[in-house]
Design a protein around this ligand. Structure first.
Ligand code: AMP
Length: 286
């Protein structure tokens, strides 16, 4: 495995692999790697000849009051993690390498970014789509892997790739969870033991939502109320949103038919966590 830090180096390494006819898989991350990232790497290693992982905490996607400066960074551990998973190239650029001067060009996906997290994190998705565009141009992968955990992000990037004719495929990988159901996230490290226990309510709420839908409930308000009911038992959990949206266009539905996502965001203490489930689960977005 090679760790490179410059755009020139990663381009050269990928060009050499491509000249040998290799299929290039790409997993963009912000580091602090866990088994969720690992599942994306496993998918790429299984389907591609060469896997590139980027590790870059992108300042452009953090709001001024968000956790950019305290976001966990541990490049040595991340590098070991990637090596164990069979990754070929780790691209870990500095902020200066990615943004040598203040950017004046941005990529924006409209409408899909208006609701859910987009409503509470102004500029976040513009930061994501801009950096992912840069990374796609730098790495030029055949396939890029994203997690279902960040469901809106995956849908936004999928739409960007279709609308702007990026010559690559997007794959979405199911959410990897802790044994008690909590979706793995780099931000889980912020939780103290009491908050960590309370955080299981997010997924418990989603499981309860799935149960009522499986029993035939088709009114999204009833489904949202069911999640809220579960969360009400955990005073440490503060709702930001609970939405039932169409799985592709992300618009709230007034009746549940076709595939929907139940998507949630909540603060547990001061830590903001998100999660979601698809219903029905079959025919997911991969
Ligand atoms: P991040 O480092 O948080 O930007 O995440 C990098 C990629 O890993 C994104 O595509 C995430 O959706 C994905 N990811 C993060 N957590 C999980 C998880 N628990 N299960 C599956 N994918 C995940």
């Amino acid at each position: 495995m090679r760790r490179v830090t410059t755009i020139a180096e990663v381009r050269k390494a990928v060009a050499e692999a491509r000249a040998r006819g290799a299929r290039i898989g790409f997993v963009p991350t912000m580091g602090a790697l866990h088994a969720g990232h690992g599942a994306l790497m496993d998918a790429s290693v299984a389907e591609c000849d060469v896997t590139v992982v980027s590790i870059f905490v992108n300042p452009l996607q953090f709001g001024p009051a968000e956790d950019f400066h305290k976001y966990p960074r541990d490049l040595e551990a991340d590098e070991a993690f990637c090596r164990e998973r069979g990754v070929d190239i780790v691209f870990a650029p500095s902020d200066e390498e990615m943004y040598p001067r203040p950017p004046r060009a941005f990529v924006e996906v409209e409408e899909l970014t208006a609701g859910l997290c987009g409503a509470y994190r102004p500029g976040h998705f513009r930061g994501v789509t801009t950096v992912v565009t840069k990374l796609f141009h730098i790495v030029q992968p055949d396939v890029a892997y994203f997690g279902q955990k960040d469901f809106q992000q995956a849908a936004v990037i999928r739409r960007m790739v279709e609308d702007l004719n990026f010559p690559l495929e997007i794959r979405t990988v199911p959410t990897v969870r802790e044994a008690d159901g909590l979706a793995m996230s780099s931000r889980n490290r912020y939780l103290n033991p009491e908050e960590r226990r309370a955080a299981t309510a997010l997924y418990r709420g989603l499981v309860a939502a799935r149960e009522v839908m499986e029993k035939g409930e088709r009114d999204p308000e009833k489904v949202r109320a069911r999640v809220r009911e579960v969360w009400a038992e955990e005073p440490l959990v503060r709702e930001q949103y609970i939405e039932v949206v169409d799985a592709v266009d992300l618009k709230p539905v007034s009746y549940i038919d076709g595939q929907v996502a139940v998507a949630v965001a909540a603060f547990v203490g001061t830590t903001r966590l998100i999660d979601n489930i698809l219903f029905p689960e079959t025919g997911s977005l991969t």
